[in-house]
Design a protein. Structure first.
Length: 401
């Protein structure tokens, strides 16, 4: 049966092309972001804390941090990527240490409920027909007072979610679906997020109606995934952290040339072509600006010459420039505060239909013809402004026989 996870569905929502690479082409990548690496080490330490408690061994904070540091050292490798260049590996290691320390001090001696599962695997049908299944791993599952089931999830994100984010979270709601019927006598399921970098605990829950709506929305998303034949890449704020950049048509050239030494980078074909293109575009822009400025000067000279010599046509060797300079009355357009007053005045005078819904051009034309009472014309003209209108029309001269 087709099986999906929250992570899988989220990958499609973030970038359909990444979904294709990871889940259809099944391309495995060796790189890993330092944030994910640090999160894994913190999860391991907290898993050890509760796993040892099941056999009545309570680790001291020092023992837990020693385990964390050893795991960090053992698993660190050159493929761990640090995108934020203002920080280094030691900064992230200390952040993970702080997460564990804050958590330990907040919940010591860890006796709030009975741990039923750590990294608990869930697998359940999304609907009655059992066409689609959901899978996942719960960080910690706890039983409180024999009737309350708590789903705990550890986050090392540097972003605290909004209330809307929490109440619409799909991951823990899936876990709720997966465990609700697994134990007898459960009356309440609590969803609890531990945002470790903020030393903050966030609670939520889901009603049967909310879970039903989530099932329907998830089925719709799955159908969208399965009918998507293009799976185009989608750029977003997380692209810099994507492990599949080397396979993405929008990013792989950046990754390819990013590792080249300067002399090879500047000679790489794509880099050369883009640099040449930008240089030519800039040269063209500057040339156009220069041409526009020169053209404006010549236009002003033509207008001045035409006025001085009282000309309406100026002849060159092959073309004629027809010069038109006139004063035009202009009336307020829609949006101008005076336009509404003018509208009402023309309507009261019974002239509304003559000016085509008070078309400013038509109004000026009709007033110019005469026929309106002088008193109305004078009132209308109070709304007008007079502006100079100039134009140059170039025509090719006919060849002389």
């Amino acid at each position: 049966m087709p099986t999906y996870s929250h992570s899988q569905l989220s990958t499609y929502e973030t970038c359909p092309h990444k979904y294709k690479l990871a889940y259809i082409d099944k391309i495995e990548v060796e790189t890993e972001g330092v944030e994910a690496f640090m999160g894994s080490r913190v999860h391991e330490a907290l898993e050890k804390l509760y796993r040892d408690l099941k056999v009545t061994k309570l680790n001291t904070l020092e023992e837990l941090l020693n385990f964390y540091h050893q795991s960090w050292k053992k698993n660190w490798n050159d493929l761990i990527q640090i995108i934020r260049k203002d920080y280094n590996a030691e900064d992230y290691r200390r952040l993970g240490e702080k997460c564990i320390t804050d958590y330990y001090k907040r919940y010591y001696p860890f006796d709030l409920g009975k741990t039923l599962g750590l990294e608990e695997y869930i697998y359940f049908p999304l609907e009655e027909e059992k066409s689609y299944w959901i899978r996942g791993f719960i960080d910690r599952l706890t039983l409180v007072d024999s009737s309350v089931l708590e789903i705990h999830d550890y986050k090392t994100s540097n972003r605290l979610p909004t209330k809307e984010d929490v109440h619409s979270d799909r991951q823990l709601a899936f876990y709720h679906m997966g465990v609700a019927e697994k134990w007898q006598g459960i009356q309440e399921v609590r969803l609890i997020w531990h945002y470790l970098t903020f030393d903050t605990e966030i609670h939520s829950s889901r009603t049967p109606e909310q879970l039903y709506q989530l099932r329907q929305a998830t089925l719709e998303l799955i159908r969208r995934i399965e009918t998507d034949r293009q799976l185009f890449p989608k750029e977003g704020p997380l692209c810099d952290w994507c492990d599949y950049q080397g396979f993405c048509p929008k990013r792989k050239h950046l990754i390819t040339v990013g590792s080249l030494p300067p002399n090879e980078y500047l000679n790489e074909e794509g880099v050369v072509l883009v640099n040449q293109y930008v240089e030519l575009k800039e040269r063209k822009r500057l040339l156009n600006e220069e041409s526009d400025a020169e053209l404006a000067k010549i236009e002003e000279a033509l207008y001045a010459y035409a006025q001085r010599e009282e000309l309406e046509a100026i002849f060159g060797s092959d073309h004629v420039a027809k010069i038109k300079i006139e004063m035009k009355e202009k009336y307020p357009l829609k949006g101008n505060p005076h336009r509404k007053i003018l509208d009402e005045m023309v309507k009261k005078a019974g002239k509304w239909m003559e000016v085509s819904d008070l078309n400013p051009w038509m109004l000026a034309r009709i007033i110019g013809r005469g026929g309106w009472p002088p008193s109305l014309v004078n009132k209308v003209k109070e709304f007008s402004t007079v502006e100079e209108s100039r134009s140059i029309t170039i025509s090719k001269l006919k060849e002389r026989e």
